[in-house]
Design a protein around this ligand. Structure first.
Ligand SMILES: [Zn+2]
Length: 409
């Protein structure tokens, strides 16, 4: 269910009730100075990111001895070699359908390299050099175990038409149930793909096995699905494997020290947001999304939205949002490009608008159950029974008491 008015609120009906763990960090917005060891380490990591994620490289023409036709100019960020048109009905979320039952890929042998300790924590936005007006659009592709969530082609086509790069945080389950779409998006040079767990679990409630599965299975799934795809990035060899995701987004925006460590140890940066479109509410019109989002955007912002069918009016709001931000002088980049352009603003805990506001998902199921009316015993229904037959022997005649004159009243 995604009807609650809260960012990143996909599939809350999947969130099991459980014992609450307190996100016991203090708010600690840490802005790195450019000459700090932390920044130097970050810069080193940024350099280590796949080149395809940081800069666009024109495709290398094949070696041939025949005369070459004149090269057509390539529009920036329009490099997908096999985009598929969106189809009617793809945005719909389908619950309890047979296609939702997919096999989980084997992730046992995945080797991981932890991120630098200085980059541990929840990255909310990026501090940019003065005058730089970059902004990153992000779209979550959440999917729970018993559903096939949607694919919002209107969003993808708007991004392509406007030549706007973006970052998608895909569930591993979503990637498998949308294999053709995932392969196509992974091959688009304008898009970056991050990890959004296997089945959109609240990791704060996960036991160690589930925690590992939710974090690592999508990495294996991405490689497997992209490897089978006939789409290839224009800046990579046809048989080049999809780069491992370097970015991760916590479902429900909920983490704790153990889950943050698990994500960072798996080699991924935890990317949150500083601007939520709150598009996961069907009650928020495109007008409301545009009007309420724009005032919060600033240089270095990371904007949260959904492209899995639970961004109810995102598709119609997006062109207006993009054009207005362009008019205000903003340039759109992927999250990795944004990180490479400045210094990440890192919070110690995960939250939506203020620390602690995502802790509610630990007990969301309990609150939901408590809100339901308590079961009542069924109301008594009068039933007309046939007259009982009195089988007792007739009582002995009562003696007439003196003075009553034979009357019993
Ligand atoms: Zn999500």
């Amino acid at each position: 269910m995604c009807t609650d008015i809260n960012a990143n609120a996909c599939a809350r009906d999947e969130n099991p009730a459980g014992a609450a763990e307190t996100c016991a960090f203090r708010l600690d917005l840490t802005i790195m100075s450019i000459d700090s060891p932390r920044f130097i380490l970050f810069a080193a990591l940024a350099l280590a990111l796949p080149a395809s994620a940081l800069a666009e490289t024109p495709p290398v023409p094949p070696q041939t001895t025949s005369p070459q036709p004149a090269q057509q100019p390539t529009a920036p960020h329009a490099a997908a070699i096999c985009p598929l048109p969106s189809r009617a009905g793809e945005k719909l979320v389908r619950k309890n359908v047979p296609e939702a039952h997919v096999a989980m890929p084997d992730y046992a042998d995945l080797a991981t390299v932890p991120v630098a300790a200085e980059l541990s924590g929840s990255i909310r936005r990026v501090e940019l050099p003065p005058g730089k007006k970059l902004v990153a659009l992000t779209f979550d592709l959440c999917e729970t175990p018993n559903e096939v969530a949607g694919y919002d082609g209107e969003i993808v086509e708007t991004l392509r038409a406007e030549h706007v790069p973006a970052t998608f945080f895909s569930g591993g389950h979503w990637a498998v149930t949308h294999a053709a779409r995932f392969g196509e998006m992974a091959a688009d040079g304008s898009f970056e793909i991050g990890n959004h767990t296997w089945t959109h679990a609240n990791l704060r409630l996960a036991d160690p096995d589930k925690l590992k599965r939710e974090i690592l299975a999508p990495i294996a799934a991405f490689a497997e699905v992209a490897g089978r795809s006939t789409c290839h990035r224009p800046d990579a060899a046809a048989d080049a494997p999809m780069p491992r995701p370097r970015l991760f987004r916590f479902p429900f925006g909920a983490c704790n020290p153990a889950t943050m460590k698990a994500v960072n140890d798996a080699g991924m940066l935890a990317i949150q947001w500083d601007v939520a479109t709150d598009d996961a509410s069907p009650f928020r019109s495109a007008d409301m999304i545009v009007k309420d989002t724009l005032p919060h955007v600033r240089p270095g912002s990371i904007i949260l939205a959904h492209a899995n069918g639970r961004g109810y009016h995102t598709g119609s709001a997006l062109p207006r949002l993009i054009r207005e931000l362009k008019r205000r002088g903003y340039e759109f980049v992927t999250v990795s490009e944004l990180l490479a352009a400045g210094r990440p603003v890192i919070a110690a805990s995960c939250y939506d608008e203020r620390p602690g506001d995502t802790d509610k998902y630990d007990t969301w199921g309990l609150h939901k159950a408590a809100a339901l009316p308590k079961p009542q015993p069924p109301a008594a229904i009068p039933i007309k029974l046939p007259a009982a037959v009195d089988t007792r022997p007739p009582a002995a005649p009562r003696p007439i008491e003196p003075g009553l004159n034979g009357r019993i009243n």
